[in-house]
Ligand binder design. Sequence first.
Ligand code: FAD
Length: 149
Amino acid sequence: MRPAARPGVAFVGDAALATDPLFGVGCGWAFQSAEWLVDETRSALLDHGDLDVALERYRRAFRRRLGPHHMQIADYSTGRPMRLNERITFRAAAKDPVVAAAVEEFATRRSTILRLLDPRLLPRVLGSDRLAQSLGWRERRRSRQLLPR
Ligand SMILES: Cc1cc2nc3c(=O)[nH]c(=O)nc-3n(C[C@H](O)[C@H](O)[C@H](O)COP(=O)(O)OP(=O)(O)OC[C@H]3O[C@@H](n4cnc5c(N)ncnc54)[C@H](O)[C@@H]3O)c2cc1C
């Protein structure tokens, strides 16, 4: 990932961010980032405004929209085992439609990982896992056995 713009130059698609292709997001991000670049710069180009200010807006929009997704994808791509909070959340999503909708929003990149930090989800996530507290220790031990680093 590099800054999507600097004074006088802009990058879209893989030129700005090449994330792990396993997640199948690069084509969409290429089209979207081209659109964001046009959105942010067309007025400056058509009305002879300050192009570098517009490019800076694009750079920030790109980072705000894709940065959290990229960091999270890169984190999964290390091959690390699932964390306890992820196991509990995904298990809850299999049982609770509200949690499932939040996980779907995040997994399809319609919202960032921050969606799962919504405090209203927490009781539902913990409520659907009666053993959430006592599982903590056993889950960690099991994840080490099943998913070696
Ligand atoms: C194995 C693999 C699987 C993938 N699977 C998926 C998937 O399932 N879903 C998904 O959404 N994304 C997937 N991606 C990612 C996706 O292919 C890229 O994110 C996307 O193609 C980026 O588009 P782009 O236009 O930014 O760059 P590119 O598609 O790389 O296009 C850049 C173009 O510029 C040309 N070029 C380079 N230098 C010059 C030059 N000096 N002059 C003229 N032309 C030049 C290149 O030849 C190329 O045609 C995958 C990637 C890989 C490697």
